[in-house]
Every structure is written in structure tokens, then in C-alpha cells.
Design a binder for this molecule. Structure first.
Ligand code: ADP
Length: 514
């Protein structure tokens, strides 16, 4: 049967989705291929159809042990012989399943990456493996947002398989750098990538508002709608759930500290709309396929734009208009910094995490179309979306060239060796001891912005960083540097504008003057 016939007879679909056929044809021509498609784009069929066409076994490597059984059950229901081997099984069961695969009774064998690393490798090596599908392939790259050490060893092991299988790597989130990394590690030259744009999602950034009030107002306005609220810690999930319950929102929660049974129950309550609002940590969502999620709100900034796009992308799977809202507070960025610093990562890896977090700060501060900003990050181009909070921002642009020059020249005069807090202090004319120790009160830029608060100056610096005039360089304490774009502003060859709320005048004219 042809791929098209199998699509119809085994899966019941008339047409391939974008990219599927190309990936399948690459595999059938023994070309290794990387497939990048958004969540829900239909990645599985890209290896399931070839698995049916090739003789021998297709090995599927997936980190999601919890989902393996469901995936295998679904295949078995359509009459495709598949099974899985992971740590939830007994020794004898594992051996039986390997035996079945060896005898050609199984077409797809799902394993966790650890399986290749253990003593089981020789069992795998004895199988007639013709195709290997590496799911969630971004886990292989240290530049990805979900790097897993167990994926690193894959590279060596896959190349050692005596049957020399074709490899397909699949992921929903890969920046150009991550994609290159995956291809290099797995020896892949082909790439199939389909659009990342979600034209029914409206992205919004809400800055420096009280989150609890915002959430309560939002849920009142959108009552009865289904949505996910992501919080950063288990404690915060519990607190928010309590708060919403007291305000009569039909809410449930999910985090890693709940028992398996509680998690299952709460997840079901959400899926079947008994509790349409889910408050959760980022432990929730992988593999969840709920189509009518109308909003995803992040109550705290996630660690990377990849993670953000993946989580936000759980809204609007049914194609109807939906919202992805980030409640951005600079204090949350500091908390994230703290998490990174406390982690037992090596310096290089911490550095990468800081860079990814910095991208979220830029996202929150950019005036560019938010959808476009995300697409650029993933190496794609596209028109402005016309739906996001930046596209809909009707505030007038103000010329801030002079203030920008003040900030940039201050950064220069401090020899590009300090972070935004200190730069803001110098500009505001702070009497802080450290400023005196460093003799910064002698700088010509000391106090030249003293009419503005330190907070306003820090916000301006964040804006200038997001807009590319400044660069925050380095790990936990990034140092500000002036970019070539910034240098053009200092030379007077470029102007800078910013949309800002017009400040209310302090006193209104007194009536009797009229
Ligand atoms: P991904 O792994 O990319 O998130 P899946 O492989 O789970 O996505 O597919 C998502 C959904 O789309 C599944 O329900 C799948 O059956 C369906 N699907 C896949 N390919 C097609 C197609 N060609 N036509 C219609 N539906 C499809």
C-alpha cells in the first residue's frame, strides 16, 4: 500500500497535513530527517506510516513514559502491532516483548532513552531495527529548554546499532540553533518544518499589575470558559487555587507534589470540563489534548520562550480565537535568576539558562508584534498579527532619543562593566555608598535623569535592551553594553521612539480662572 492508502485505511484521514508526506518520503528514501511541527501538527504519522511499510521494527524513543501506554493502546486499537518497554514492567514481561519484536510480531517498539543506556542495549542491537524515531528531540540539545542527559548517550548508541536504521527526529520547539545541534548529533541532513504561526492566538503581555486582581477580573469576564493558569511553584498553585475557589471559580489544580491518583482525577475534571479552569505548575500539559482551552495565563514568567510558546500553545487547539497572556513582573525574573543560581548546573549551562530568561524579558518589553517576535526567535518570518497586545496598542509613540542618549552615554562612561541597577542609580543621582566608592558621582551623567524614579529608569533600560540598543551580557549579573544600533543613536544618526501612557497632569486648571 502507498502512504496515502495507509493514511486512509489505517488512520481514516483523506489528506496529509503539511510536511507529513515529505518526511515519510525522506524516510522511505533512507534519508535521516528532522521534523519540526507545532504540537498537534501530526508528527506521529510521519514515522507510523513508514513503520508499516518497512520490514523489521521501528524503535520509538520517547521520554514520556506516562504516555507510552496510551500511544501503544491507540495503535493496537487500529490494528497496528505495537508495544512498549520501560521501567514500569517486570523483567519477564520485558524479555517477552523483546522476543515478540525479534520475531516480527511487533511493528513499533516504544522505549525510554534510558533503555539504550542500560544493559538492554544488546537486546535492542539484536532486533531488526529499520527506523528509529526520536520523539521530543530537542531534549538532546543543551540549547533546548528541556535538555535531558539521558538523550546525550543516544547519539553514540544509535550509531552503534548494527542494522544501521534510518533516523527521524521530531520536535515541536526548535530554534535554528537547537535544530542544527539535533542534526549534527544524529547525523541528519534533511529538515521538514511547518509553520509555527498560530493565527487564532492573541498574545498579550500585562506588566506590573497585581496578578490576583487581574486573574479574578479576567475569570469573572470569561466565566465558564476553559483555561490554564501556570504558576511557578507548587505552593503558589495551592494558594491561587484556594483564592479562586473562595471566589466560586470551578477550578482544579495539578503539580508534582500531588499523589498520582489526585493528579489523574484533577486532570480528568479539567478534560471533561467539570472544572474548566486548571491552575498548575509546568509539570502539567505534556501530551494533554484538550481542544477548547480558551486562555493560557502565565502568572509568573517561564524560563524560556520555547517553554512559553509550548505552554501558551495549549490554548485554541480547536482553531477558535483564544488568548495567551503573560503577567510579567520583574520580581519573578529575579526569582528565576535565583533558581538558576541555586541549581547544580555547571557555569556554562547556567549561562545558557540566563540567556534564555533574558529572551523572556525582551519578549515582555518589546514593542514589536508579539507573534512576530516569537516567529523570529524560531527563525521564521511573518506579517504582524493584528491581534496581540502590541498590535492593538493605540498609545502614541513618543520620541525618547534624548533620554536614550543619556542612558547609553552613561553605560559608556561606566566602561560597559556594570548592570542596569547601578546604571539606573548613577542616572538617578543615587547617594548609595557603592556609587561613591566607585567615584561615579564624578561622571557627567551622574544625576542627569534625577527627575525620573529609579524604577522608571530601569524600565527604560529594559525597553532599550529589548529594542536592541543595549545588550545585557553575562550570567547572573549581566553587564550592559551598547550595541551598534545604540552607537548610531549616540552619534545622532538614529532616533528612538516608545509608546507610553500619557501621564496625568498633576493639577487641573481651577474653574474660576475660566
Ligand atoms: P503531535 O505529535 O505533532 O503533537 P499527533 O501526531 O499527536 O501530533 O497528532 C495530533 C492529532 O492530529 C491526532 O489526533 C492525529 O490523529 C491527528 N492527525 C494527524 N495527521 C492527520 C491528518 N493527516 N489528517 C487529520 N488528522 C490528522
Amino acid at each position: 500500500m502507498t502512504p496515502q492508502e495507509l493514511l486512509k485505511s489505517k488512520f481514516g484521514y483523506d489528506q496529509f497535513r503539511p510536511g507529513q508526506e515529505t518526511a515519510i518520503n525522506d524516510i522511505l528514501a533512507h534519508q535521516n530527517v528532522l521534523t519540526i511541527m507545532p504540537t498537534g501538527g501530526g508528527k506521529s504519522i510521519c514515522y507510523q506510516i513508514p513503520a508499516l511499510m518497512l520490514d523489521g521494527v521501528t524503535l520509538v524513543i520517547s521520554p514520556l513514559i506516562a504516555l507510552m501506554k496510551d500511544q501503544v493502546d491507540a495503535l493496537n486499537e487500529t490494528g497496528i502491532p505495537a508495544t512498549f518497554v520501560n521501567s514500569t514492567l517486570m523483567f519477564d514481561e520485558i524479555n517477552d516483548r523483546f522476543e515478540q519484536a525479534k520475531n516480527g510480531e511487533i511493528k513499533l517498539l516504544y522505549v525510554s532513552p534510558e533503555r539504550l543506556d542500560s544493559g538492554a542495549f544488546s537486546q535492542l542491537a539484536a532486533l531488526p531495527i529499520k527506523l528509529v524515531a526520536v520523539d521530543e528531540a530537542h531534549c538532546i540539545s543543551q540549547w533546548g529548554h528541556d535538555f535531558r542527559p539521558s538523550y546525550l548517550a543516544l547519539t553514540t548508541h544509535l550509531h552503534q546499532l548494527p542494522s544501521k536504521p534510518t533516523i527521524i527526529a521530531l520536535t515541536a520547539t526548535a530554534t535554528p540553533r537547537v535544530a542544527e545541534d539535533i542534526k549534527e548529533r544524529l547525523g541528519i541532513s534533511q529538515e521538514v518544518k511547518t509553520g509555527f504561526e498560530r493565527d487564532n492566538l492573541a498574545f498579550k503581555v500585562v506588566k506590573d499589575q497585581d496578578s490576583d486582581t487581574y486573574l479574578l477580573d479576567y475569570l469573572k469576564l470569561n466565566s465558564g470558559q476553559s483555561g490554564i493558569i501556570y504558576a511557578s511553584t507548587r505552593k503558589e498553585v495551592e494558594r491561587l487555587t484556594g483564592l479562586l475557589k473562595r471566589h466560586h471559580v470551578a477550578v482544579t489544580m495539578y503539580h508534582g507534589g500531588l499523589s498520582r491518583e489526585e493528579r489523574r482525577q484533577n486532570q480528568e475534571d479539567f478534560l471533561y470540563d467539570r472544572a474548566p479552569v486548571m491552575v498548575a505548575t509546568n509539570a502539567f500539559g505534556m501530551g494533554i489534548d484538550k481542544s477548547n482551552v480558551r486562555f493560557v495565563i502565565h502568572d509568573a514568567v517561564p524560563g524560556s520562550l520555547e517553554a512559553y510558546y509550548q505552554e501558551a500553545g495549549r490554548a485554541g487547539r480547536d482553531g477558535l480565537p483564544s488568548e495567551a497572556i503573560l503577567l510579567f513582573k520583574i520580581a519573578d525574573v529575579q526569582t528565576q535568576h535565583f533558581f538558576i543560581e541555586q541549581s547544580d548546573r555547571d557555569e556554562q549551562s547556567k549561562q545558557r539558562e540566563y540567556e534564555k530568561l533574558q529572551m523572556m524579558v525582551q519578549y515582555a518589553n518589546t514593542e514589536q508584534c508579539l507573534q512576530q517576535f516569537i516567529l523570529h526567535y524560531f527563525g521564521e518570518t511573518g506579517p504582524t498579527c493584528g491581534r496581540c497586545s502590541n498590535c492593538l496598542d493605540t498609545r502614541e509613540s513618543q520620541d525618547i532619543t534624548v533620554d536614550t542618549q543619556k542612558v547609553l552615554s552613561c553605560v559608556y562612561r561606566m566602561n560597559e562593566r556594570f548592570g542596569k541597577t547601578l546604571v539606573a542609580q548613577v542616572l538617578a543621582g543615587s547617594k548609595d555608598q557603592r556609587i561613591r566608592q566607585l567615584h561615579f558621582e564624578a561622571l557627567s551623567t551622574y544625576g542627569i535623569m534625577k527627575k525620573q524614579s529609579k524604577r522608571e529608569i530601569v524600565e527604560l533600560i529594559d525597553y532599550l535592551t529589548a529594542a536592541g540598543y543595549l545588550m545585557a551580557d553575562g550570567g547572573q549579573y549581566p553587564v550592559l553594553k551598547v550595541t551598534p544600533l545604540g552607537a548610531a543613536v549616540l552619534k545622532g544618526t538614529r532616533k528612538v521612539s516608545r509608546k507610553m501612557a500619557v501621564k496625568a497632569t498633576k493639577s487641573l486648571p481651577v474653574n474660576d480662572e475660566l
